[in-house]
Design a protein around this ligand. Structure first.
Ligand code: AHR
Length: 528
């Protein structure tokens, strides 16, 4: 079987629009060994920006209230109202940034409602998510405290849909101005004299839909005003660590915001600029979301993983639009909402988007992260939706109980890839075919971390057959593998370790280094 370089696969993908589509790669027979070459001789690979491992936390269901915020008087151990078990778990996955307060919620959010004494804060209706009261107990200062406790940067989305540049400008001044202005003094009086760092600024959210149903032209005019009037005054972000502004892009193909935003950017004047454009895309299987989160079999598994591979097609399409206006890749693509959007947990509030998280979702996450890594030249940020208790979550909570999901374990296993340098891998991916669903059987990326260690991720998508990988040039592999007896295996409060990583250590034998990857598994190893 001929070896095919992944770079040639990507070239083919550009031509036919989806990775590996149309290529007649024969399926691998069971027990077959795949030769893999990690091309360590190629220098100058792209850095896999740690921000592709970002999280998204919206005021939605129990994403914030119950998931992050329990209140200062809660019997659940907390620091200033923020639950300590969740903070410890998130610190371990080195969350680079958290996107907040939405989502659709952001374009109805008025920051003033969420600062100052808790008892004086306005209670609103959360009209997007279940019509429940939003007490604004968790506001700007609580969010910044949370981000600081987990060691993450703040990605703040301002209200373009129902707000004004003045309101957003004031919010940024409240957060970032040194203690001379009225708003900075107000922040100091609320307990934080030093300016906050706002690493990323979202200029609206899905403004084609919940963000105001704006035409692309209308959005572009609004976006320019926000990009001009919303300043970051933090002295530590003036030269280094400058705030990155992300405009709204992809609108599910209705017209294409990305085209209009990039066209405007190419002829921008001195008074405004952006550094990123967003892309949102969920694995959903059609609206309303109906893919089961539990109790499913190979049909649903194959359909959802096949749909996950569409992310590559979308990025290729968005990149080709961006390349027209920005061939030197100054503006990055921010995939700031992605993940599996499944049928809600039976008995849960439909507006809370609560769902279980299975081994299938872990594999889906690894497939997406690998796609982002391969597009590291353009994709510099991504935020999985959503961090806790909502959609494809890292963590589920119920009162004092907390459980880590299979997706959490993927993020933990992938920590070595944060800011590592992409290294090309050559292999025959083969095909996993189930009914009408056909996709690569094997998916792999490699990268070198700052200490010089070489890391390899191997995703065996086939739920029925293990695969053996033969690697040249390596003598041992040490790391972890995540798998389970069934694709719909989940972690529960009663059985929190049903899907949990197992340590692996493989030494080279007479045939060199051969790594056996179980069926339906993700393995991350350090190669020595
Ligand atoms: O993540 C849930 C919702 O999905 C977000 O609020 C919105 O931006 C998207 O449509």
């Amino acid at each position: 079987m001929n070896m095919m370089r992944f770079s040639s696969l990507r070239a083919a993908a550009l031509l036919c629009g989806i990775s590996l589509c149309g290529l007649s790669v024969p399926a691998l027979a069971q027990g077959e060994t795949v030769d893999m070459h990690v091309d360590t001789d190629t220098a100058g690979g792209e850095v896999i920006d740690r921000n592709i491992f970002g999280q998204f936390a919206e005021h939605l269901g129990q994403g914030i209230y119950g998931g992050v915020w329990v209140g200062k008087k809660s019997p659940i151990p907390n620091v200033r109202g923020i639950r300590s078990d969740v903070v410890a778990a998130l610190k371990a996955i080195h969350v680079p940034n958290v996107r907040w307060p939405g989502g659709c919620f952001a374009d109805e959010y008025h920051w003033r409602d969420g600062v100052g004494p808790a008892s004086a804060r306005k209670v609103h209706v959360n009209s997007n998510w279940g019509g429940v009261p939003e007490a604004n107990t968790f506001g700007t200062d609580e969010f910044m405290d949370f981000a600081n406790q987990i060691g993450a940067d703040a990605y703040v989305s301002v209200n373009v849909g129902s707000g004004s540049p003045e309101e957003a400008g004031d919010w940024l001044e409240y957060m970032t101005a040194p203690t001379k202005t009225t708003l900075a003094k107000e922040r100091a009086a609320n307990g934080h004299p030093a300016p906050y760092k706002v690493a990323i600024l979202g200029l609206g959210n899905e403004n084609w839909g919940c963000g105001g149903a704006m035409s692309p032209d209308h959005y572009v005019e609004e976006m320019k005003r926000f990009a001009h009037y919303v300043h970051n005054f933090n002295p530590e972000q003036h030269t280094a660590n400058q705030m990155k502004r992300v405009a709204v892009g992809w609108d599910s193909g209705k017209s294409d915001y990305t085209e209009e935003v990039m066209k405007a950017w190419a002829s921008r004047v001195y008074s405004w600029d952006i550094e990123g454009v967003s892309l949102h895309n969920y694995v959903v299987g059609g609206w309303p979301p109906h893919l089961p989160a539990t109790g499913f079999g190979e049909d649903d598994y194959a359909a959802s993983i096949r749909e996950a591979f569409n992310m590559d097609k979308l990025i290729v399409r968005q990149t080709s639009i961006m390349d027209k206006y920005d061939p030197s890749k100054k503006v990055f693509l921010s995939v700031d909402e992605w993940g599996a959007w499944l049928a809600p947990t039976p008995g849960s509030h439909e507006g809370f988007l609560a769902q279980q998280n299975s081994l299938r979702d872990a594999i889906l996450a690894a497939v997406n992260l690998n796609i982002f890594a391969r597009h590291a030249d353009r994709v510099k940020n991504a935020n999985i939706a959503q961090m806790i208790n909502v959609l494809q979550a890292m963590i589920l909570t119920d009162g004092p109980k907390m459980v880590l999901t299979p997706t959490y374990h993927i993020y933990h296993m992938y920590v070595p890839f944060q800011d590592a340098t992409f290294v090309p891998v050559s292999y025959d991916a083969g095909r996993y075919v189930h009914g009408k669903d056909s996709m690569p059987r094997l998916d792999a990326i490699a990268a070198r971390d700052k200490e010089g260690h070489l890391w390899l991720s191997l995703v065996n998508i086939d739920p029925n057959n293990a695969v053996s990988i033969h690697l040249d040039h390596a003598t041992s592999a040490t790391g972890q593998v995540l798998t389970a007896p069934k694709v719909d295996a989940v972690n529960t409060f009663a059985a929190p370790d049903a899907v949990t990583p197992q340590a692996v250590k493989i030494e080279a034998g007479a045939k060199g280094l051969v790594i056996d990857v179980p069926a339906k598994a993700v393995m991350v190893v350090r190669l020595d």
